[in-house]
Design a protein around this ligand. Structure first.
Ligand code: ZN
Ligand code: ZN
Length: 99
């Protein structure tokens, strides 16, 4: 439960309030309509990207390279106001909480 209100100290890694405006097109399929910011969990961490409603609903990992994913993860950590170590800690905490 990433947004459990009982644990206010845990950063919500899928919080997009600091991510700014979505880009002009979907970063998954290139669609141009109704783009919004979504988050995606990758082995590297949680990243944010612009996606169309279809890709946002698909819940699949975006077809980007590991290098690009690493950059997006770093950017999204900055959006959240945390560094990569803190993101890794939060991910580990979420994993522990699920099992
Ligand atoms: Zn799309
Ligand atoms: Zn972000």
């Amino acid at each position: 439960m990433p947004n459990d209100p009982a644990q206010p100290n845990r950063p919500g890694l899928d919080n997009t309030s600091g991510c700014g405006q979505p880009g002009p097109r979907c970063e998954c399929c290139g669609d141009l309509g109704d783009i919004r910011i979504i988050t995606a969990a990758t082995p590297l961490g949680v990243l944010c990207l612009s996606a169309c409603p279809r890709c946002a609903a698909a819940d699949t990992a975006p077809p980007i390279t590991v290098h690009t994913a690493a950059r997006f993860v770093r950017q999204h950590a900055a959006h959240l106001g945390i560094d990569l170590d803190q993101m890794a800690d939060a991910l580990a905490a979420e994993r522990d909480g699920q099992r």
